[in-house]
Design a protein around this ligand. Structure first.
Ligand SMILES: *[C@@H]1O[C@H](CO)[C@@H](O)[C@H](O)[C@H]1NC(C)=O
Ligand SMILES: *[C@@H]1O[C@H](CO)[C@@H](O)[C@H](O)[C@H]1NC(C)=O
Ligand SMILES: *[C@@H]1O[C@H](CO)[C@@H](O)[C@H](O)[C@H]1NC(C)=O
Ligand SMILES: *[C@@H]1O[C@H](CO)[C@@H](O)[C@H](O)[C@H]1NC(C)=O
Ligand SMILES: *[C@@H]1O[C@H](CO)[C@@H](O)[C@H](O)[C@H]1NC(C)=O
Ligand SMILES: *[C@@H]1O[C@H](CO)[C@@H](O)[C@H](O)[C@H]1NC(C)=O
Length: 417
């Protein structure tokens, strides 16, 4: 614009000004000199310039320049690539103002940020430098814990994590149970039948754990117990055999509480307990019995008599015959048999002296002669013995087939001779 006086004569002046967005280049006022020239060069208007903007990294810029490059009324619009956004402080569109200033600062594109992540309980997290677009975090769990969810999460362009944030759960082992005839005591520091749970097993008296399992089991980090579920089984006593000359009768097995009965064959006696029972200490309650052959005691030789037995050991069934010497009367059983109980079937008989018959003169003479000759007396005694043996034989019913040399005991004057 120009503002002048009434005319352009000597001394008149003109004032110049520019429209908005334009700057006056030259003098504001010119005056007409005496030389009929304007005092100054005639000025002109130039459009206002703003600073040049640039395309931001990870973004683009689109401008319109109606009055000239980056000049008054130029507008530039900025967009950011996916996953990037303008700094919150800047507008998407900037305009160059009349004063040569953009109405906002040069926009920058920066990567979007996802929410900050924390390390999970009982686990660990490993992330990049920040939580911006494209960054990722890896998750892991402490020993004995399992990751539930994705191992890796990545920050999306929507400023959200690609997966739900995982968590750590304690490892579970199978549930153990109380064995029959036993008990179980457990501690669960991290949860029921979980990692580090320990269970201790005991068996009732007379029962023991299967040799293959430990008393204490622990749940491992892999979810396995370090040994198999214990079972309680009855302890076993040593196997028993039937005794020699006898028999045994036992239950199904030789375990705690079972018992065996013993018996002996005929002619044998059981020495020891009839019944033995398996104790909780895996030992038999009694010493194992054995069978001994029945033996009767040696018979008493009656005074004035003698005894003749079938066998020197007097086994069951053997017979002893009794006889009385000449001049003695037999009172009692003629013989006795050894019973199964080891006792004789009868009491020892007695021989009692018979009343003296009148003396025979021949015998008296012999006796007198005997006083002179000892050998003569011996002959007489031998004769007497032969006679008596013939006279005093007894019958007996022997049940034994045993043929043994006859055993003769004497208890008379003969034997002394
Ligand atoms: C030019 O500007 C001056 C200073 O403001 C003023 O005194 C003068 O009157 C103006 N002249 C014209 C012709 O407008
Ligand atoms: C700058 O000007 C543009 C165009 O008129 C407008 O869209 C934007 O909001 C302005 N920015 C500010 C900070 O005023
Ligand atoms: C995540 O794990 C992958 C595969 O093991 C590895 O290549 C990557 O570097 C890890 N990232 C971080 C942030 O630890
Ligand atoms: C299992 O772990 C318990 C507790 O540590 C231990 O006493 C036991 O001996 C272990 N058993 C085996 C078979 O390792
Ligand atoms: C042992 O004998 C007793 C008494 O006669 C009887 O009750 C029990 O059944 C017997 N046991 C065996 C194993 O034969
Ligand atoms: C006992 O007497 C019976 C009958 O007289 C006879 O058969 C048997 O041999 C006798 N035994 C002995 C040991 O003398």
């Amino acid at each position: 614009a120009i503002s002048c006086g009434e005319d352009f004569t000597y001394g008149s002046s003109c004032n110049f000004s520019c429209s908005e967005g334009y700057l006056l280049k030259g003098a504001i006022t010119v005056t007409c000199t005496s030389a009929a020239e304007w005092s100054e060069e005639i000025p002109h208007c130039e459009v206002v310039l703003c600073s040049e903007l640039y395309e931001p990294g990870k973004g683009s810029m689109a401008c319109s320049h109606p009055l000239g490059s980056f000049s008054y009324l130029s507008t530039c619009t900025f967009t950011c690539e996916e996953g990037y956004e303008r700094l919150a402080s800047s507008s998407a569109t900037l305009q160059c103002g009349a004063s040569g200033q953009w109405n906002d600062s040069q926009p920058q594109c920066i990567a979007v940020s996802c929410p900050t992540l924390q390390q999970p309980q009982d686990g660990a997290i490993s992330c990049g430098e920040d939580f911006t677009y494209g960054s990722s975090c890896n998750f892991s769990c402490s020993e004995g814990y399992l990751l539930k969810g994705a191992i890796t999460v990545t920050c999306t362009s929507a400023a959200e994590w690609s997966e739900e944030i995982p968590h750590c759960e304690v490892v579970l082992c199978s549930e153990l149970y109380e064995p029959g005839k036993g008990s179980m005591a457990c501690s669960h520091p991290l949860g029921s039948f979980s990692y580090l749970s320990t269970c201790t097993f005991t068996c009732e008296e007379g029962y023991e754990r299967l040799a293959s399992s430990s008393a204490t089991l622990q749940c491992g980090a892999s979810g396995q117990w370090n040994d198999s579920q214990p079972q309680c089984i009855a302890v076993s006593c040593p196997t028993l055999q039937q005794p020699q000359d006898g028999a045994i009768s036992c239950g199904e097995d030789f375990t705690y509480g079972s018992s065996c009965n013993f018996s002996c064959s005929e002619g044998y006696l059981l020495k020891g307990a009839i019944t033995v029972t398996c104790t909780s200490a895996a030992e038999w309650s009694e010493e194992i019995p054995h069978c001994e052959a029945v033996q009767c005691p040696s018979p008493v030789v009656p005074l004035g008599g003698q005894v003749s037995c079938e066998a020197p050991s007097h086994p069951w069934g053997s017979v002893c015959n009794f006889s009385c010497d000449e001049g003695y009367d037999h009172q009692g059983a003629p013989n006795m048999q050894c019973l199964r109980s080891g006792e004789w079937s009868a009491d020892t008989p007695t021989c009692t002296a018979t009343p003296e018959p009148p003396l025979n003169p021949t015998i008296l003479g012999l006796a007198a002669g005997g006083a002179v000759s000892l050998s003569g007396l011996s002959l007489a005694a031998w004769l007497l013995k032969r006679i008596r043996q013939k006279a005093n034989k007894f019958d007996l019913n022997s049940t034994s087939d045993i043929e043994e040399p006859l055993q003769t005991y004497r208890n008379s004057i003969d034997s002394l001779i």
